[in-house]
Design a protein around this ligand. Structure first.
Ligand SMILES: C[S@@+](CC[C@H](N)C(=O)[O-])C[C@H]1O[C@@H](n2cnc3c(N)ncnc32)[C@H](O)[C@@H]1O
Length: 382
């Protein structure tokens, strides 16, 4: 039930000035208004001079950090931020999480949940690291995952940030997201948190073939207080029942041709944005092994290791070409350093609706014919 904005912001003010504050983020914008900064993040920090409230604001060019003393200085800084027309406040304290979203009518949609973890010790000022999502975020304590997975997910979100429009207010509302082959749902929850912090009204569905993952992930969503926004379905990527055609499709390391299923489903849904980081590649590798390389490329497939590497490159090149033929503009990028995972390629696609040229069609046909391969994605798109 929406409630008056003033009442909701008064509650936020009390929480921001409460010593039990863990972290708060203000982002997004209200209809017809533009805040002077894109985002503000507040957290308690322990400095030599005593406790401070750290406020990091970002105007789109660079972050600006200041540390204000508790009492009247903090109250004045908080009041100034509350006066900004942010679309969204997310506040965590030792005992509760409160989210306030300003509706199109200017009311407040308030969501409250119990705190999910014990509060972290106040951060040492000089140890702050530049992450898109704070690794100390209680979200990660609940969702779990290794440091490597967090780094991967953070890097994936950076690629997402570079794909979406600069102005969060131009995102669809609600922004519908599907994470295909979601596994333990690190990315699913992290994407929800990141996009919500941007001020978007986000709905996410995670799909995995394993029902035990659905049960576990749904329980985590309850624990995080976002079960009405983040839901899970058990089923294959191709056939799982998803309540809506999403705007944004994510797939991080969906095994082998599960990535092709994800791309095909995204095309069938006509998704606006698709980010897929492929995993292992066996489909084209097997076809190359069974076939004969066109001259003079025999050397590329004679040795197993070279054949596998070439198969990886050919697979993702053909995926990219097929998406282009379906009206997507595609970038293939490394989203994270290869030291963190060898599976560090990302296909980043945006639907433009551009009709393919005859040249592009001919190039795809010639490439597959010369190598005698039919990519899994081509079969799925028929
Ligand atoms: C390598 S894990 C990646 C999980 C998650 N995206 C991540 O990065 O942590 C691949 C996941 O995809 C799921 N999966 C594989 N093939 C699938 C399919 N055809 N349909 C649905 N899920 C699939 C597996 O059950 C597994 O949880």
């Amino acid at each position: 039930m929406p409630q008056p904005l003033d009442t909701a912001l008064a509650e936020v003010r009390d929480l921001l000035l409460d010593p039990a504050l863990t972290r708060a983020v203000a982002a997004g914008r209200r209809r017809g208004h533009i805040p002077s900064v894109n985002r503000a993040e507040l957290r308690p920090v322990a400095l030599k001079g005593g406790p401070r409230l750290q406020i990091v604001t970002d105007d789109g060019a660079r972050p600006y950090t200041r540390n204000v003393a508790p009492g009247s200085e903090a109250a004045a800084a908080v009041d100034a931020l509350l006066a900004e027309p942010f679309g969204n406040w997310h506040v965590e304290t030792a005992s509760a999480t409160v989210q306030v979203r300003v509706t199109k009518k200017g009311d407040a949609q308030v969501h409250r949940a119990a705190a999910t973890t014990a509060p972290a010790a106040p951060q040492q000022h000089d140890r702050t690291k530049q992450w898109l999502l704070d690794p100390g975020d209680p979200l990660f304590a609940v969702v779990g995952g290794t440091a490597a997975k967090r780094r991967q997910v953070d890097a994936f979100l950076r690629a997402l940030a570079a794909t979406l429009p600069d102005d969060p207010a131009s995102l669809p509302s609600p922004l519908r997201v599907v994470d295909l082959g979601c596994g333990n749902a690190y990315l699913t929850f992290a994407a929800y948190r990141y996009l919500t912090d941007l001020g978007a009204d986000v709905q996410v569905v995670g799909v995995d073939v394993r029902d035990d993952q659905r049960v576990r992930n749904s329980a985590v969503a309850e624990q995080l207080g976002c079960a009405d926004r983040v839901t899970f379905v058990a089923g294959t990527i191709s056939d799982a029942e998803v309540a809506y055609p999403p705007d944004l499709v994510l797939a991080l390391h969906a095994c082998d041709t599960a990535t092709d299923q994800a791309l095909a489903r995204a095309v069938h849904w006509n998704a606006r944005w698709v980010l897929a980081a492929p995993c292992c590649h066996h489909d084209i590798a097997a076809q190359l092994k069974a076939g004969t390389a066109p001259p003079p490329y025999g050397e590329l497939t004679r040795h197993a290791i070279l054949r596998e590497r070439y198969a990886d490159v050919l697979t993702d090149s053909l995926r990219s070409a097929l998406l282009r033929l379906r009206g997507y503009r595609v970038d293939v990028v490394e989203f994270v350093d290869s030291a963190h995972t060898p599976r560090n390629l990302l296909l980043r696609a945006r639907h433009t609706g551009a009709a393919p040229t005859d040249e592009q069609r001919a190039e795809y046909a010639a490439l597959t014919a010369q190598w005698g391969v039919t990519p899994a994605l081509a079969k799925l798109l028929h």
